[in-house]
Design a protein around this ligand. Sequence first.
Ligand SMILES: Nc1nc2c(c(=O)[nH]1)N[C@@H](CN(C=O)c1ccc(C(=O)N[C@@H](CCC(=O)O)C(=O)O)cc1)CN2
Ligand SMILES: NCC(=O)N[C@@H]1O[C@H](COP(=O)([O-])[O-])[C@@H](O)[C@H]1O
Length: 214
Amino acid sequence: MTLSPDSTASLISPQIQNVLNQSTPLQLGIMASGNGSNFEAVAQAIKDGQLNAQIQVLIYNNPDAYAAVRASNWNIPAVLLNHRDYSSRQEFDRQIVQTLRQYNVDWVIMAGWMRLVTEVLIDAFTNKIINIHPSLLPSFKGSRAVEQALASGVKIAGCTVHLVSLEMDSGPILMQAAVPVLQGDTPETLHARIQVQEHRILPQAIALAAKQAL
Ligand SMILES: Nc1nc2c(c(=O)[nH]1)N[C@@H](CN(C=O)c1ccc(C(=O)N[C@@H](CCC(=O)O)C(=O)O)cc1)CN2
Ligand SMILES: NCC(=O)N[C@@H]1O[C@H](COP(=O)([O-])[O-])[C@@H](O)[C@H]1O
C-alpha cells in the first residue's frame, strides 16, 4: 500500500507536526540598507544557538551598505537590488520576491530596510515579514524616529519589532524594549543605546513570531 503525501500528513498528529516544525530551522531573508548591525546580531544569535534558523540571503539596496561586508564575513550570499534601477516600487518588489524565492526564504526580516514596500512583497509573504523600528510604536513612525523622539522631549525611548503591513510601521507588535533618554543625548548617543536593545530583542522576536505562526 503506497501512502500519498496527503495521507502521510494526516498520519502525523498536530503535536508531532509542531515539534517537526520547531525543529526545522527558519529560512531567513534579511533586508538592509545600511550598517547591518541587526543583521550581525541575528547571525550571532544563530551561531550561539539562541535562534533555530539560517540566513539564506542578505538583500541590500545601497551599493555602499556595510551590511554586505558583514554578510561576506559570515559567508552569507548578498544580493544588491538598487531601487534606483527600477521604474516603480512594484517592479522593484517583484524582483525582491523573485530573489527571496530563489533562496528558499520563508521569513523576511527588515533590519534597517529604508524603503516602503508594496502589496507585491507583503502578499507574497503574508504575516511572514518582520521589521525592527527605533521607537516605541505607535510613536515616531517613519525614517527619522530617533531624531523625532529626542526633539519631542520624551524621557523614555526604545525599539519595536512588528509584523509588516502595508500601512507604514502599523503592523502587529511582537516585542518592544525601552531605554532612558539621558541629559545631553544626541541622536547618535540615543540611537546607540536603542541599538543595544534592538540586537537583544530582534532574534527573540523572530523566534516568537515563528512560534505564534505554528
Ligand atoms: N509597507 C511597509 N513598508 C515598510 C515598513 C512598513 O511598516 N510597511 N517598515 C519600513 C521600515 N521603516 C520604519 O521602520 C521605514 C523605512 C523607510 C521609510 C521611508 O519613508 N522611506 C522613504 C525613503 C527614505 C530613504 O530612502 O531614506 C521611501 O521609501 O520613500 C519609512 C519607514 C520598511 N518598509
Ligand atoms: N525606519 C526604519 C529604521 O529607522 N530602522 C532602523 O535602522 C537602524 C539600522 O541599523 P543597522 O543597519 O545597524 O541594523 C536600526 O536602528 C533600525 O531600527
